[in-house]
Write a protein that binds this ligand. Structure first.
Ligand code: ZN
Length: 61
């Protein structure tokens, strides 16, 4: 049986196996693809921006 490492997605907060790591933070595949589809007029957009801003704050701290 294969043991895979899971990481906690900074956007949805769930543990996922597949996704991208940006700087030191993990974004799962479903959130990443959702962000790509979300345009600036979408009601979800401010949520994604806020989550990603946390990432940049950490990065520049
Ligand atoms: Zn996610």
């Amino acid at each position: 049986m294969e043991t895979r490492e899971t990481k906690t997605c900074i956007v949805c907060g769930q543990s996922k196996e597949v996704g991208i790591t940006v700087v030191t933070e993990f974004i799962c595949l479903s959130c990443e693809s959702e962000m790509v589809r979300t345009d600036a007029g979408d009601e979800k957009y401010p949520f994604f921006v806020r989550q990603l801003r946390q990432l940049w704050v950490k990065f520049h701290a």
